[in-house]
Each structure stands twice: as C-alpha cells, then as structure tokens.
Ligand binder design. Structure first.
Ligand code: UDX
Length: 443
C-alpha cells in the first residue's frame, strides 16, 4: 500500500511540500495550528505569493472540481496520528527575540503533540532548519518504535514548487544504521531520485549542518562580491564586470555574485546568526567568526544605498525631498518582506525626513503592514511621479521592462540609482537619465 504522508506546519515550506507530495502520487494530510490557514488551503488558495503553488494545490486539494483529491488539511493532531505513515515536520524556526539563537518553540511543540498521537512503526521526518544537535534531542521525545530522520529543505522562495519537485539533492540524516528510515524515504522520493536527483545519507549532525553550511556559503558569496563592490567604488572599478570575469572560472561559478544592497529574507540572515550562536555553545565559535563579517558587510550595504541617495540629492539632507522606491520584497517573485533590504532602505530614508513612495508588484500589502507610514503608489509610474531620485531596490522583471522615456516625463529629476545592478544603464541614459549602479562608479 502506498505510504500516507502528513505535513505539519503549512507555511512556505509545508504548503509546498504537501502539494508536491500529492503531485508525486501520495495521499497527504496537512496540519496547521492556525485554523484560518487551514481554511484558506482547503479552498485551494495560498496565503502568500509563490508562482505555481496555487495551481498545484488546486490540482490536488480534495473537494475542488477536477482535483485528484489526494490532499486534505486539518487542525486535528489525532487525525494526523491515525493517518500518517510518514510525518514531515515543516514548522518555522525564527530568530529569537533579542538574541542570535534560533527559536525552537514551534518545533518542540510540534514534536510534543506528535509524540502523543503517532502510530508505532511510523517515521517522523524533520525538515525545519534547526541548530545542530536538535535531532538527537528530539528523537528522544518520540515513543519507542517510532523512527526519526532529518531531511533538510533547500527550497528558494519564488522557485519553491520547482525546487521541491526537482531538488538538486536530497539529504537524509539517520541514526545508527537507519536502514528502515532510509528505505522509507527512498520510497517517498522515488520520483525525483529516478530522475537523477542525488540522495545523500548522513548521520543526524551532518544533515543538520548541511543546511546551515549551504546557507552560510551562499551568504558568503554574496557578501564577498559586495565587499568587492566597496573596493570597486574606492578604486574606480566595475563590480559587474569583475563578477562576470571571475564567474567564468567554474571553481568560482557565476551564480550568487550579484552585487547590490545585499541579502535579506526569512532564511539567510537568521540562519547565519543562529549558526554562530550554536557554534558558540559548542565551543567552536572561532570557526565561524567570519560570518560576523559576512553579516556586517551585508548590513552595511543598506546604509551605503542610503548615502548614495543622499549624495544624488546634493549630499546633505532628505528633508522635503521626494524619493521613489521600486521594490519592497527581499527578492523578486515573492511577496515576502521579512528583513527586506529594499524596505529597510526605504524606511531609513523616510525616518530621515525623505518623502518616500514605494511600489512593488506583489509586496505592497505586506510592506504596508510592516511599514504603514511610508507612502505607497499603485504603479511604478505613480511612484516616480514628481520624484527627485528613483531607487531600484528589488529586481522584478516589471522594472526591467519599464519605459525610461515615459518615466522621464513624470520624474522631477532624472536620477536613477540601481541597488541591484539589474537595469540596462544604456537604455536609461539614452532617455536622459543619470544612471548609477552600486559598485560601478564609472560604468
Ligand atoms: C535561501 C536559500 O537559497 C535556500 O536554499 C534556502 O533553503 C532558504 O534560503 P531564499 O531566502 O528564498 O533562499 O532566497 P535566495 O534566492 O537565496 O536570496 C536571498 C537573498 O540574497 C535575496 O535578498 C537576494 O536578493 C540576495 N541575493 C542573491 C543577492 O543579493 N545577490 C545574489 O547574487 C543572489
């Protein structure tokens, strides 16, 4: 009989994982402790913007016309315990308030609830990003005869569906020989593995570390190129050309070398901080002191963008000046504004007296909630109307497709600062704009 799967926690990770498991042919039951989320998902709707996810849900959620009916949602732990052969724990692990460490309360609560209902012989699989050592501790909370495996998730927002259905690797941490757990997960992932996805089996600590190591590496790559951007600013170089040139060395690779206002979002910043905190607890803090520098290079970018804007306005004050901000989300194709560099820059300028008007294709509602005192416009054109300077802070395709001549007609001054190195400077200059990108003083 085909395995029955439950997914605990239906945020970005859980909702996507649940839909993907149904797509792979399994019967799936998703649980969340927030009833509104369950209502929304049961109607085939997604509480966030994630390309392709709503279609995938609608294809499988029971009760929707034409669906496979393989996917249902509930708030009942009893139902989850009785249903599942395999339980995926996908709850979030935010940064603790006032410290770097990771807040494990949602994971702990999920394991406590699950432990009370899980059937003997079932497999529990942790997917949440956790400090190394957690799996060992959590395994002890499960009843005798219930196995645990750790299977970190590497999905990127904006590509969540694709990354879940066709991951570039599957990592499975098991305890002891872990044969039964490994066999079960090979069955769950038979589809992607059959299509060539590597399946890497490790012990618990290694599996937990793979996730934080991968995110630390990505953060390091971005901060490295942003450090080069700072040097290019000082030396009169062009960081985009530099990145292109070093990227041709396939040991370095061209990806994740886009200089700009840096990384944000719900993962990279908090994951590197939690990693540092955990290494400290383990007495290995020296090994990760470089991450402190990665974090500060990254945070400095936001201030540097603010200074570039101030300079563009004559170098003294933002008071009474109009600033158009294109982009509010931490990256394109997402409505997520958590720790968004774009919103941070907009906020700093606003708090210094600038009249900031923000436009974002999908992030307006979330941005308004986080920063209600900023000005918001219904289009890029409206944001730019009357602006003394325009800041391009999230690289949405919509912004690359803007007509520079049309915007030139409504702006008070034709000055464009590209905080993502993503616009075609030549096109903007041809329409009379002064185009300035970060780390490219002469480009
Ligand atoms: C990240 C990891 O990529 C993913 O594997 C992990 O599971 C979760 O965290 P995500 O947060 O969705 O995914 O975003 P990602 O695409 O990694 O981008 C993170 C940030 O880095 C964004 O703010 C982006 O704008 C920035 N970035 C990315 C750069 O500034 N330059 C780059 O070259 C690449």
């Amino acid at each position: 009989m085909a395995l029955k799967i439950t997914v605990i926690g239906t945020g970005y990770l859980g909702a996507t994982h649940a839909a993907a498991m149904a797509e792979l042919g399994f019967e799936v039951l998703g649980l969340d402790v927030v009833p509104e989320k369950i209502e929304t998902l049961s109607a085939g709707r997604v509480p966030m913007y994630e390309p392709g996810l709503e279609d995938l849900l609608a294809k499988h959620v029971a009760g929707i016309e034409g669906s496979s009916g393989r996917l249902r949602f509930t708030t009942s732990w009893e139902e989850v315990g009785a249903f599942g052969d395999v339980h995926f724990v996908c709850v979030n692990t935010p940064q603790k308030h006032g410290e770097y460490a990771c807040d494990m309360s949602y994971v702990d609560a999920a394991f406590a609830s699950l432990a009370g209902v899980v059937r003997a012989g079932a497999l529990v699989v942790g997917k949440s990003t956790v400090p190394v050592g957690s799996a060992e501790r959590l395994a002890a909370l499960l009843p005798e005869g219930v196995d645990l495996a750790w299977n970190p998730e590497f999905l990127r927002e904006g590509f969540a569906v694709q990354d879940t259905l066709r991951p570039d690797r599957i990592v499975v941490g098991v305890r002891g020989s872990g044969e039964r757990a490994e066999k079960t997960l090979r069955e769950v992932y038979a589809g992607p593995v059959g299509e060539g996805t590597p399946f890497v089996v490790t012990d618990f600590p290694t599996a937990e570390l793979v996730k934080t190591a991968a995110n630390s590496f990505l953060a390091t790559k971005i901060s490295f190129i942003n450090a080069m951007a700072e040097v290019c600013e000082a030396a009169g170089g062009d960081v985009a050309k530099l990145a292109e040139a070093i990227g041709h060395d396939d040991r370095i690779g061209a990806k994740f070398l886009r200089a700009g206002i840096g990384f944000g979002g719900g993962c990279l910043p908090k994951d590197i901080r939690a990693f540092m905190a955990r290494a400290g607890e383990l007495g290995a803090d020296q090994a990760l002191t470089f991450l402190r520098e990665i974090d500060s290079i990254n945070m400095r970018r936001r201030g540097q963008m603010v200074e570039m804007a101030r300079e563009a306005l004559g170098g003294t004050t933002f008071l009474g000046r109009r600033v158009a901000v294109l982009g509010a989300t931490f990256k394109p194709d997402s409505d997520d504004v958590r720790d968004s560099p774009a919103l941070n820059v907009a906020g700093q300028i606003h708090l210094q007296g600038g009249q900031v008007t923000v436009y974002d294709p999908k992030g307006m509602e979330n941005a308004r909630r986080v920063f209600p005192t900023l000005g918001y416009a219904s289009s890029a054109l409206e944001a730019v109307r009357g602006a003394d300077v325009v800041l391009h802070l999230t690289e949405w395709r919509e912004f690359r497709e803007l007509d520079p001549a049309e915007l030139a007609g409504v702006a008070a001054a034709r000055v464009l600062l590209d905080g993502r190195n993503a616009l075609d400077g030549e096109r903007w200059r041809a329409a009379g704009w002064t185009y300035r990108a970060m780390g490219r003083p002469t480009a």
